[in-house]
Design a protein around this ligand. Structure first.
Ligand code: UDX
Length: 434
């Protein structure tokens, strides 16, 4: 199938995987620089395995990129994957969605073949129906469901494992406006065979599923973080508690890792957007509010623990291991490290940082106000305190015999008992001996 993809962020670029399944993928973006790089196989993001897929299919001429919407005239299916960033009130900015829909409408006006437009961007319920379809119909002068098809097909990919998640999803959700387009999308995903359950819903339901899923996962993280904070007061290890409750088949073990809070491009943005949407339609979303409140507090817990160890932080050298919002990505959007570092700077501490991927992103945020290190050893050397903020595997291999300062573990990367056996002061979120 000839597929067009509007938007070259995580959501769009992950669709490069479709080129491995007998499809031709044409990316459309606004930035000429990004598009030129993409043509040479240079991706604007770091995502394990994706660059190989792009390079392989560039060589086979199965992937191409352009800034010109006109080139989509031959595409049978076009995915809208543009960004929907947060506005200051928590709602989402739909301007890129509108521009993409209007541009596609103009394209459809001048083509006679039936195209299926698929919204993959994360959008609040009602957006595909009220914004996308209206813009498409207005700009094309044609009728959705008759002259062109519309579906909403949310993505559930995690950064860092996007390729794996694309190849082995738990489910496919297809929100349909019309029968013909949903069967075209179902056909596209036939390569999954019958191992992957596919749910066909209406448009609003598909949009809501994405938000409800992210809110459910974020609520588990905030829930266990709240339990962690209580556990510490009773000398209880939250990881032991999480392991036990996770054994209950009604609860399950995943997303119960307590720590310095969740970040990234989805959880904070999506919970805020669902909250704003809920309020805008007159409901009172108490739980959604609480998820964010707990999460706002977690990075400060790291500062509380630091003060427990060092007292006043003024003039103290603090080594921060990990800047990305989670491991296997260079993404620092809404990362807990940002709040932690800002608080440390407010306390007049000196901050040294190391992250295997995110130093470039950190320099854009903190400039010259902190020191950047090229290895974990360099970062820890001479520090008064070390804070682990991201769960990178390489931090598990820290040589404890070389450590001279206390450790605050914000992700339970280390085994507290082994750290203590080395005579090192250990504190961690939800650890019993804080
Ligand atoms: C998330 C969803 O998982 C994915 O389905 C959706 O498409 C996009 O949003 P992502 O943001 O890549 O994916 O990261 P995820 O692995 O879900 O982690 C989000 C945040 O929660 C990270 O900051 C992580 O450190 C934190 N987290 C996760 C915890 O603190 N504890 C956990 O147990 C799990």
């Amino acid at each position: 199938m000839k597929i067009g993809v509007i938007g070259t962020g995580y959501v769009g670029l992950a669709l490069a995987c479709l080129a491995d399944f007998d499809n031709e993928v044409l990316f459309v973006g606004r930035s000429a620089d990004k598009i030129n790089n993409l043509k040479r196989g240079i991706l604007p993001i770091y995502e394990k395995g994706l660059d190989e897929i792009v390079k392989r299919n560039l060589e086979k001429n199965k992937i191409d990129s352009t800034t010109d919407y006109e080139r989509l005239k031959d595409a049978e299916m076009i995915f809208i994957c543009v960004g929907t960033p947060s506005l200051s009130d928590g709602s989402i900015d739909l301007s890129q969605i509108k521009i993409a829909s209007e541009s596609l409408g103009a394209l459809i006006k001048n083509t006679n073949d039936y195209k299926t437009i698929v919204v993959k961007s994360t959008v609040v319920p009602g957006t595909t129906k009220n914004i996308v379809i209206q813009a498409l119909e207005k700009a094309s002068g044609k009728k959705a469901g008759a002259d062109f098809g519309v579906c909403m097909n949310p993505e559930f990919l995690r950064e860092g494992t996007a390729v794996y998640d694309f190849l082995y999803p738990d489910k496919v959700v297809i929100g349909r406006y019309d029968e013909k387009s949903s069967s075209t999308v179902t056909k596209l995903y036939e390569f999954y065979g019958n191992k992957v359950p596919t749910m066909t819903t209406d448009l609003n339901t598909a949009e809501m599923i994405k938000y409800a899923q992210n809110a459910a996962l974020a609520s588990r993280v905030s829930f266990i973080n709240e339990i962690a904070n209580i556990c510490e007061k009773f000398e209880v290890d939250v990881y032991e508690v999480a392991m036990a409750i996770g054994l209950d088949s009604r609860i399950g073990p995943k997303f119960l890792n307590a720590g310095a809070g969740f970040g990234g491009s989805c959880f904070p943005k999506d919970v805020k957007a669902l909250l704003a949407t809920a309020k805008s339609v007159g409901t009172n979303p108490i739980l959604l509010d609480a998820i964010l409140e707990v999460n706002k507090y977690q990075p400060h817990r790291m500062i509380d623990l630091a003060k427990q160890v060092l007292g006043n932080l003024r003039g103290k050298k603090i080594a921060i291991l990990g800047l990305a919002f989670k491991s296997d990505t260079d993404d620092m959007r809404e990362a807990s490290s940002i709040q932690i570092i800002n608080s440390l700077l407010m306390e007049n501490a000196t901050v040294k940082v190391y992250d295997p991927q995110s130093i470039g992103s950190a320099k854009k945020i903190f400039g010259g106000s902190i020191e950047y290190c090229s290895s974990k050893d360099e970062c820890i050397k001479g520090a008064d305190l070390c804070m682990i903020v991201t769960e990178w595997d390489e931090f598990k291999q820290i040589n404890l015999s070389e450590i001279r300062c206390p450790i605050i573990d914000g992700r339970r990367v280390l085994n507290p008992l082994s750290v203590k056996q080395h005579g090192i002061v250990y504190k961690g979120i939800g650890w019993k001996n804080n």
